[in-house]
Design a protein. Structure first.
Length: 732
């Protein structure tokens, strides 16, 4: 994103070199393969992002177009379509797959960015477009993938402005005058947005939105806002993916300025420009934000924020979810975030300004915390990198060689395949540059310029990293401004062999069984952009008293993943997180252990042994409300498949032979108001299992049930045998 002056500058003669090979070495090589790989559209593209929209196993692309050049058509570029040319050849499918209604192609927008994100939590990627109102009033826009939960065509996108909830009314900081009530942008609000970001800010399992703005005149007058994901309805579909502002004070911003002393916003305290306080009494949320990034900076297992600001003070906001007792805070003295810029932005980082177009964070020295590369943060146009001390505070800036340039964005790609992230710098003027991070080779961060040519010497506003040709290494797509075509750089090196580094996993406290899942947060890094985890997968493996189970883990933005251990698992539990990149390399965390004291089950009564001895009842986990995996068990049963039945009632039997078949009955049917006869399945080893889902009904908490298992087996002359009784008390 550039000003009018920059827009004029591209018309001046520039040193434009013909691109051959960007880098050639023993470890990796990039070659310009744009011709014949991607369509030549000649639009002003400010962002290009990879993602498998159609879930066919290869990476497609979306291009955000317009920017300083006004309204243009953004594009969906699909991989391996239009005649079945195969993976690695892209086609423009915008007119059929990128729509504002079922019959009309997407309207033109002044778009500066697009974020692929699964807003409705259905397993496929949707789009969020960042637009600006410099030529005409526009809102940022939502485009929902019509596959999976929507039940339509996978990879087809439809505009859905109903995803904005409560704009310009009570609880919103947006002035009513800025709400857009008609036209294509109806439901949104007038703004000047360059690059927003998504992560699970409140750790509830869905994606929240950090909405940034640079102001109508690049003046840092419009506040940054936080929108939390909630359940809503669009058409006939009720789902997640509706966004309401988290603004606990209910204060409204002026139009557009946020006045000093205002309590509006998601950060603790009142608005004070360039505040140096770190105690939560003041904040500054009116950055000239060109970029913002989520990451767990202080290693406490929640997503913090670095809010880049081009010409004013950049800010760090510490997520206070953990400090608030795993909550949003009380909304007045405590909120979800706190401005800690003066603490974390030590050594001049938070005070430098003028050319700070972008910064990006990653673990540059493989020590398990989030460091960063900062464009133009030397007080002029030179770049620097800084190392995290492990608690969020950034050390002194270290100069990047050959970086006194007009740069726009930084991405990470481990092109030399040595398991540390290497920076790729998108240059608005001059040449794009690829650096080699020498940490693995030297034991410390030392960035070495490795470019031997240029992409095309045009106006690169951003890039993205992804394996478009499915050969196992990371390629680069460059988004070009003005009327220049995009550039695809194919990586001709070796396939990525490095697993993600899973550097932390949260500890579950000891406790008792209950109906709610237990949140487990995982910290991980890879040798690429953090958001590259969108293309990966994760799982949590856990054992309960020696039996292994697996549940999925979900990427939560930044460097975090989430897994939810069902609260009904009880006993001695160990758990480990495993994260895979798209190539299939898998890394594992350390193993943690926890004791959830069993509750809600006991035995009573006597048994009549069968052919294989006494039968003893048990349970696979603890009986809680909302337990989809509950089952009753019995050991000592027959080894072959014979008739077996589990009787369960809400009335305790006395052991009398109520049915006249020679068996004591411990689950009384005659006085029961709730009775079940369940199949008890034999696993071939003498263990019988009878599954019974306990519904999500809080009224069941405290209810008592009784069961026993009866077996018919004539193999040893014992026609019928039975277990003793089991007593269940449903836990809340």
């Amino acid at each position: 994103m550039r000003t009018l002056i920059n827009k004029i500058l591209w018309l001046l003669p520039a040193a434009v070199g013909a691109f051959g090979t960007l880098i050639s070495s023993a470890n990796g090589q990039f070659t310009n393969v744009s011709s014949g790989t991607i369509p030549a559209l000649g639009l002003a593209t400010e962002a290009s992002k990879f993602g498998d929209w159609d879930l066919d196993g290869d990476l497609d692309m979306v291009w955000a177009n317009g920017g300083d050049f006004g309204n243009q058509q953004s594009k969906i570029i699909q991989n391996g379509t239009a005649g079945g040319a195969g993976t690695g050849v892209f086609y423009d499918v915008t007119t059929s797959m990128f729509l504002k209604n079922p019959t009309t192609v997407l309207m033109s927008q002044s778009s500066r960015d697009v974020q692929p994100v699964d807003v409705d939590n259905d397993g496929d990627l949707d789009f969020y477009m960042s637009n600006h109102s410099m030529q005409a009033n526009q809102s940022n826009t939502w485009f929902i993938n019509q596959g999976l939960a929507q039940g339509g065509v996978q990879g087809k996108f439809m505009l859905d402005m109903s995803r904005w909830v409560g704009v310009g009314v009570a609880g919103s900081s947006v002035p009513a005058a800025q709400k857009i009530s008609s036209g294509d942008f109806a439901g949104g609000f007038v703004d000047w947005s360059c690059q927003c970001d998504f992560a699970d800010a409140d750790l509830d399992g869905d994606w929240d939105l950090l909405h940034t703005s640079y102001g109508p005149n690049f003046d840092a007058t419009v506040m940054t806002r936080m929108y939390l994901n909630e359940t809503g309805t669009s058409g006939s579909l009720t789902s997640l993916g509706f966004y309401r502002e988290y603004n606990p004070s209910n204060a409204v911003s002026n139009n557009p300025s946020l006045p000093a002393g205002s309590q509006a916003g998601f950060v603790e305290g009142v608005q004070v420009d360039n505040t140096t306080k770190i105690d939560g009494t003041e904040h500054d949320i009116t950055n000239m934000s060109i970029d913002a990034d989520f990451s767990d900076m202080d290693a406490d297992f929640d997503n913090d924020i670095f809010a880049n600001s081009r010409d004013t003070v950049s800010h760090f906001y510490s997520n206070r979810f953990v400090e608030n007792g795993n909550g949003l805070g009380n909304g007045s003295t405590t909120r979800l975030y706190r401005d800690v810029s003066a603490l974390w932005g030590t050594n001049g980082l938070s005070t430098e300004s003028g050319n700070n177009y972008d910064a990006d964070v990653n673990d540059m020295d493989n020590d398990g915390d989030t460091d960063g590369y900062f464009l133009g943060y030397d007080g002029n146009t030179g770049d620097s990198w800084r190392v995290n001390n492990g608690t969020g505070s950034m050390g002194p800036g270290l100069s990047v060689p050959s970086s006194n340039n007009d740069d726009n964005e930084i991405d990470w790609v481990d092109w030399d395949n040595d398991n540390d992230p290497d920076p790729f710098v998108s240059a608005f003027t001059g040449y794009d540059r690829l650096y080699r991070n020498m940490f693995i080779e030297s034991g410390s961060i030392n960035l070495k310029l490795s470019s031997t040519g240029t992409t095309n010497g045009a106006r690169t506003l951003g890039a993205d990293v992804g394996d478009y040709d499915n050969d196992g290494d990371a390629d680069i797509i460059c988004a070009e401004d003005s009327v220049t075509n995009e550039v695809m750089l194919r990586n001709d090196g070796t396939a990525d062999a490095w697993a993600p580094r899973v550097v932390g996993i949260s500890q579950i406290p000891n406790g008792t069984p209950w109906s709610q899942p237990r949140r487990i947060v995982i910290r991980a890094y890879d040798n690429s952009n953090q958001e590259h985890f969108l293309h990966g997968s994760g799982k949590l493996e856990f054992t309960v008293d020696g039996t292994t189970h697996t549940i999925p883990a979900k990427y939560a933005g930044g460097n975090l993943w989430l897994a939810w251990l069902p609260g009904y698992w009880c006993g001695n539990i160990t758990y480990v997180a495993k994260i895979k990149d798209r190539k299939g390399n898998e890394g594992a965390s350390v193993t943690k252990s926890v004791t959830i004291t069993p509750a809600g089950f006991s035995t009573f009564g006597s048994s009549i042994p069968g052919c294989h001895g006494a039968m003893t009842v048990g349970v696979v986990n603890c009986p809680t409300v909302n337990n989809s995996e509950f089952a009753m068990t019995c050991t000592g049963g027959p080894l072959d498949m014979v008739t077996q039945l589990c009787l369960a009632t809400n009335s305790q039997g006395t052991g009398l032979d109520e049915f006249g078949v020679g068996l004591p009955i411990w689950a009384d049917f005659f006085f029961a108001t709730d009775a079940y006869g369940l199949d008890a399945l034999n696993d071939g080893t003498g263990k019988l299992t009878a599954s019974a889902v306990i519904p999500n009904n809080p009224l069941l908490a405290g209810a008592m049930y009784y069961f026993q298992i009866i077996v018919g087996d004539v193999g040893c002359g014992q026609v019928l045998s039975t277990s003793g009784g089991g007593m269940l008390t449903i836990q809340p």
